[in-house]
Structure formats: structure tokens, C-alpha cells
Ligand binder design. Structure first.
Ligand code: CP
Ligand code: NVA
Length: 333
């Protein structure tokens, strides 16, 4: 498999074999890291990390992975560059492409990361847009595979706003990899029909399926993975909180949901999570709407069925794999 020179913008652009190759590569790099084996394949190279939205996991994963691979990295924060304000994306891409071997971009529209990729001349990696979060997908799939030993035929249920980056991306990843994807939420938050139709063609080829349901009981029954995400994403206006809480509370991941899914089910969340409302925003929203939790209860989040920190760790190993795959695997690893 050779993905050298490719961009990593959405999993729609990759075949199931290419996705599996990146997951395998991540597992291999994880084993190397755990064994303390150095893998500084790209000494003397550098990457740029553009973040127009904030981050803990994605930024740290890229920085640690770059360091492990022997590369330098430059972090451009949401205010610290000219991007999109004083300088166009096309010009920024051409400038950074002359200095760096790869560019990560986190921001708003998918069109921006695509524009960046069009002009950069070096691989561009999507670190989250409104529409997709593809690096998160590889981490999630690695985590599920590590736990169950396989992916094909596994049933993943996504509860919450399924029209946004996480719902879209999970539907793509699952349908490409022969898994059964279920969006369990109100109709208003079902993924876009065009994307559902596309994913159904992937599922047909892979042996997976895509189901949209409003019914929590049947939707979560016998799930292997129960997945949720924040109800209000980065960049969305404050005004949507009230409506989201009202609409999505019936789709909160509770102990009853996990029980209905069954003992073998695991809980995943891309994080950050509003489970105990101990954060600044969590406290504010908790007081404003008289809540003790949001998309997941603290009980589920802290339970043995929750694998959210394995998942967070896997962000680093999988992001490293994306960089190795697209920068080109060295001949003698
Ligand atoms: N899951 C995820 O992308 O986390 P960050 O926003 O902290 O990068
Ligand atoms: N849907 C969330 C994902 C965070 C990793 C957001 O876009 O804020």
C-alpha cells in the first residue's frame, strides 16, 4: 500500500483497504512506542499545525507524533497568524508548502481544508472541520478493534447530533469497514440524506448497514459500541444550547442505555465530554438549565464499559500513522 503524497481530508477519499492499512500501521507504531523502539523516520523535516478552533487531543497528538518521528512542528493558534484574515488560504498554503513537509488544519468549513490542500503541494491533514473528523475515526476504529479483535459486523450506535462532524464521520467509517451504523436521535438531527445514500452504497459493498432511528430501545439493543459527542459543537452559537438540551436529553447515554445494549457493549466519546459538569462551561450550563450531566451520565463515563481514555491515547498512534502513510513509509523501518 502506498499513500505517499496523499491528503487526508475525509475517509470518503479512501478505500476500506487503505483505511485498514492505516489502522494496521497505527497498531505497529503503537507497539514500537510501547517497546521503547525509536522511530525517528523523518529527521530534519517539519510540519505546520493550523488551529482555527481550540484543541487538546488533536494538537498534542500531532506534536507528540511529530516529535516521535523526529520532526519539528509549528503551532499556529486561532489568533496567531494571518490566515483567512489578512492572507488567503491559497497564499497561506503556498507559503507553508515551501517550508513544511505537511500541514494539519482544524477549522470551520471542509471547503477551507480542501482549498489548502489544492495549493499546498504537500500532504494536508484534516484535524476537524464542521463536516468531518477523519483522524478521530482511525483512533475510534483502532480502539474498537483492540477491544473486540475485529470490526466487521460490529454495531455502533451514535446518539446525539448526527448531522455534524462526528455523526458524519462515524457513518462513513462504519459503512466503509463493514460495520452496522445506527444514528439514534430525533429526525431533526439525522445526517444529511445525500451522505446517508452515499454511505449506504459503501455499506452494500462492505456488508455493513446504515440505520436511522428515533427509538432508543430498539436503536441501542445489542450494540457493540454506544457513542456520543457534545450536544453543542465548537463554533456554534450559544443560543442553540437550550434547544439542544431539550431535543437531545432523551438520547443521553445512561446506565439504562448501556444495560439495553448489553454487558459486552463499550462506551466511546471523542471528548471533551460534559459528564459531571465540573468545567467552566459545564457549571454555567448546569446552573442555567438545572442539569447534573448532559450527553452522558458520570456513572457511564466512569464505568468499566467506558474506554474513552484508550480512545484518546489512540489519537496519537493513529495520527502518527496518517503522517507516516502520507509522507511515505521509509524503506528500512
Ligand atoms: N477529540 C478531539 O478532537 O479532541 P480535541 O478537540 O481536544 O482535539
Ligand atoms: N463535535 C465536536 C467534536 C469535538 C472533538 C465539535 O466539533 O466541537
Amino acid at each position: 500500500m502506498n499513500l505517499k503524497g496523499r491528503n487526508f481530508l475525509t475517509l470518503k477519499d479512501f478505500t476500506p483497504e487503505e483505511i485498514t492499512y492505516m489502522i494496521d500501521l497505527a497498531a505497529e507504531l503503537k507497539a514500537k512506542k510501547k517497546a521503547g523502539e525509536l522511530h525517528e523516520y523523518y529527521k530534519g523535516k517539519n510540519i505546520a499545525l493550523i488551529f482555527e478552533k481550540t484543541s487538546t487531543r488533536t494538537r498534542c497528538a500531532f506534536e507528540v507524533a511529530a516529535h516521535d518521528l523526529g520532526m519539528g512542528s509549528t503551532y499556529l493558534d486561532p489568533t496567531g497568524s494571518q490566515i483567512g484574515k489578512k492572507e488567503s488560504i491559497a497564499d497561506t498554503a503556498r507559503v507553508l508548502g515551501r517550508m513544511y513537509e505537511g500541514i494539519e488544519y482544524r477549522g470551520f468549513g471542509q471547503d477551507i481544508v480542501e482549498e489548502l490542500a489544492k495549493y499546498a503541494g504537500v500532504p494536508v491533514w484534516n484535524g476537524l472541520t464542521n463536516e468531518y473528523h477523519p483522524t478521530q475515526m482511525l483512533a475510534d476504529m483502532l480502539t474498537i478493534r483492540e477491544h473486540f479483535g475485529d470490526l466487521k459486523g460490529r454495531r455502533l450506535v451514535y446518539m446525539g447530533d448526527a448531522r455534524y462532524n462526528m455523526g458524519n464521520s462515524l457513518m462513513i467509517a462504519c459503512s466503509k469497514l463493514g460495520m452496522h451504523f445506527v444514528a439514534c436521535t430525533t429526525k431533526k438531527y439525522f445526517p444529511n440524506q445525500e451522505l446517508v445514500d452515499l454511505c449506504r452504497t459503501y455499506a452494500e459493498a462492505s456488508g455493513g448497514s446504515v440505520t436511522l432511528t428515533e427509538d432508543v430501545q430498539t436503536g441501542t439493543k445489542d450494540a457493540d459500541v454506544i457513542y456520543t459527542d457534545v450536544w453543542v459543537s465548537m463554533g456554534e452559537p450559544d443560543e442553540v444550547w437550550e434547544e439542544r438540551i431539550k431535543d437531545l436529553t432523551p438520547y443521553k447515554v445512561t446506565a439504562d442505555v448501556m444495560k439495553n445494549a448489553g454487558e459486552k457493549a463499550i462506551f466511546l466519546h471523542c471528548l471533551p465530554a460534559f459528564h459531571d459538569l465540573k468545567t467552566k462551561i459545564g457549571k454555567e450550563m448546569g446552573e442555567r438549565f438545572n442539569l447534573t450531566d448532559m450527553e452522558v451520565t458520570d456513572e457511564v463515563f466512569e464505568s468499566a464499559q467506558s474506554h474513552v481514555f484508550d480512545e484518546a491515547e489512540n489519537r496519537m498512534h493513529t495520527i502518527k500513522a496518517v503522517m507516516v502513510a502520507t509522507l511515505g513509509e521509509p524503506e528500512n523501518k
